[in-house]
Design a protein around this ligand. Structure first.
Ligand SMILES: Cc1cc2nc3c(=O)[nH]c(=O)nc-3n(C[C@H](O)[C@H](O)[C@H](O)COP(=O)(O)OP(=O)(O)OC[C@H]3O[C@@H](n4cnc5c(N)ncnc54)[C@H](O)[C@@H]3O)c2cc1C
Length: 392
């Protein structure tokens, strides 16, 4: 039951990235009072980070529920995904028609998404925003959580949610052990203009040095994510735009015609961070704080938004029954619900990176067998598409 001091369902969310922001909206919509804390501010648009997010239909559904989807002024659907093994030229195409349930995904610019989400956060009267705020302490006892901010505020609620990203300090304060490894790879992210239309197609080339992906944006523009061994990425980042584009063209081929760099280049070191549990006393982890894995399948945010959907539903039901939002059985239910999706994405993407980054003849045969298996067993192909769409 809710504690007598806290009659309204209430939670504190630390980290207002896309997962924390979406959770604040989804919780507020279900009648939960939310204190949302971020070290950044809530007034000015977030800086560009170069990412073109490939969003799954499950993410679209959540954004529709919180009234965000219709505010996104630029959304490009993906109708075909071409995958290929850069060493053998074997390939496999996933088409919208394979499932007949609409586009395989949607591409949205990260800065646009964050800006529109920030506007939605201001629209809910039961979300209190605490920007430019570092946390000085978090105390969790049997009945409540008490969070002290650097500005001298004390926030109290029955539940604290950590959505403060891959290097979550909230998770570290709770001493939750981690499984971590890195790939010695860095992803280069930018947008490129091209002379040929993309026709809503995305590409994923598995090259020996790491995967290279293009996702379609509005007009003759696509977003690039190219994961490479870190020294090679550092070298490419130093090249002139023309030299860089020439390297992209050599690796990608002629499918999009002439290429021109249409943005800055951003870089992200890649690794896995998997907490051994995503709950603790009156604490839940969501988004990258709960799982960070390789972006090879463009799924990190989608999985984080599935955390959000599951947790919002659990909290909404508890709130409507007047239950304690931080009760351990509710948190355990959330942890059980999310385990399979998170583990399969983490180890599935890890397997993809390892299988495709080796030149051994044995692994080449494994890859060829894998492509053949998926191509020739339509139910397996449909299952893979459903998983990527978040509709399994
Ligand atoms: C190259 C690349 C490409 C990607 N492409 C895709 C894709 O196409 N599709 C997809 O689904 N996923 C993709 N991802 C994954 C995706 O970027 C992440 O999963 C997602 O951005 C995580 O969002 P988040 O809100 O959980 O965390 P973050 O975006 O890290 O947000 C954390 C928030 O917490 C705040 N914060 C941090 N520390 C504190 C603190 N101590 N106190 C207060 N606030 C704090 C930060 O200011 C920030 O606002 C990609 C990742 C990479 C690296």
């Amino acid at each position: 039951m809710t504690s007598p001091d806290s009659p309204h369902p209430h939670c504190i969310i630390i980290g207002a990235g896309i997962t924390g922001g979406a959770l604040a909206c989804a919780g507020a919509q279900r009648g939960v009072q939310v204190d949302l804390v971020d070290k950044g501010n809530f007034e000015t648009p977030p800086p560009e980070d170069g990412k073109s997010f490939a969003l799954s239909p499950s993410s679209k559904k959540l954004f529709e529920e919180i009234g965000l989807w219709e505010t996104l002024t630029e959304i490009t659907s993906i109708t075909t995904i071409h995958t290929s093994d850069g060493m053998s030229n074997l390939g496999l195409d996933y088409e919208e028609a394979d499932l007949d349930q609409g586009p395989l995904g949607y591409v949205v610019d990260s800065a646009l998404l964050k800006t529109k989400l920030m506007e939605r956060l201001h629209a809910y009267p039961n979300i209190r925003l605490h920007g430019n705020t570092a946390i000085t302490s978090i105390e969790r006892n049997e009945h409540r959580v008490s969070v002290q901010t650097e500005q001298g505020d004390t926030l109290e609620a029955p539940l604290c949610i950590a959505s403060d990203g891959r290097f979550s300090q909230t998770r570290a304060r709770a001493n939750i052990p981690l499984r971590e490894w890195n790939y010695n790879q860095t992803a280069i992210v930018c947008t490129l203009a091209h002379s040929l239309p993309h026709q809503n197609q995305a590409w994923e080339h598995f090259l020996p040095a790491g995967p290279l992906a293009f996702v379609p944006r509005e007009g003759n523009v696509s977003g690039l994510v190219w994961s490479l061994e870190t020294p090679k990425a550092a070298h490419l980042l130093k090249l002139s735009p023309e030299e860089f584009v020439e390297d992209v063209r050599r690796a990608f081929g002629p499918a999009l015609g002439d290429l021109t760099l249409a943005s800055e280049r951003w870089s992200y070191p890649l690794g896995v961070c998997l907490p051994k549990r995503v709950i603790d006393r009156r604490l839940v982890l969501v988004g990258d704080a709960a799982h960070t894995f390789h972006p090879v399948a463009g799924q990190g945010l989608n999985v984080g938004l599935r955390d959000v959907a599951a947790l919002a539903q659990t909290l909404g039901e508890a709130a409507s029954l007047g239950l304690d939002l931080g009760a351990s059985y509710l948190l355990e239910k959330y942890q059980r619900q999310r385990q399979l999706d998170v583990l399969s994405m983490t180890y599935g993407t890890d397997g993809l990176v390892r299988v495709f980054s080796t030149q051994s003849p044995l692994m080449a045969r494994v890859r060829s067998f894998g492509f053949g298996l998926v191509r020739n067993i339509p139910p397996l192909k449909r299952l893979m598409i459903r998983h990527a769409r978040g509709t399994v």
